[in-house]
Design a protein around this ligand. Structure first.
Ligand code: SF4
Ligand code: SF4
Length: 97
């Protein structure tokens, strides 16, 4: 299994992703809800939109740097993050191999 993991991830997180992906395959596709382009700010307790995020007339997300977006964006989602709420709407899902 070859995973294109973000070099900046802590080793512990990488290990968790590798373990998760040994069990689960990712299925589905992005339907451009944009929910994964909001980031939690611990100081305020709120989620803020990425500076490159906007929406078209059909309310589908647009990334201003799509072709050069960072690895965590191109690879998203790499594993289920049970603390994040966007998974309720995400077009990707996980199935046991
Ligand atoms: S860089 Fe693009 S894909 Fe990544 S979070 Fe920002 S808007 Fe979303
Ligand atoms: S949460 Fe899922 S469906 Fe929505 S933009 Fe992100 S990857 Fe696409």
């Amino acid at each position: 299994m070859s995973l294109d993991l973000d070099d900046n991830l802590p080793q512990k997180v990488k290990d968790e992703i590798i373990k998760f992906r040994a069990i689960y395959n990712r299925t589905g596709s992005c339907h451009r809800c944009g929910k994964c382009c909001y980031f939690y700010v611990p100081e305020t307790g709120k989620r803020v939109a990425c500076q490159y995020l906007s929406f078209d007339s059909e309310d589908l997300f647009i990334c201003a740097i799509y072709d050069t977006r960072p690895k965590p964006c191109t690879n998203f989602p790499q594993a289920r993050d049970f603390n994040e709420t966007y998974y309720d709407d995400c077009g990707f899902n996980w199935v046991i191999k």
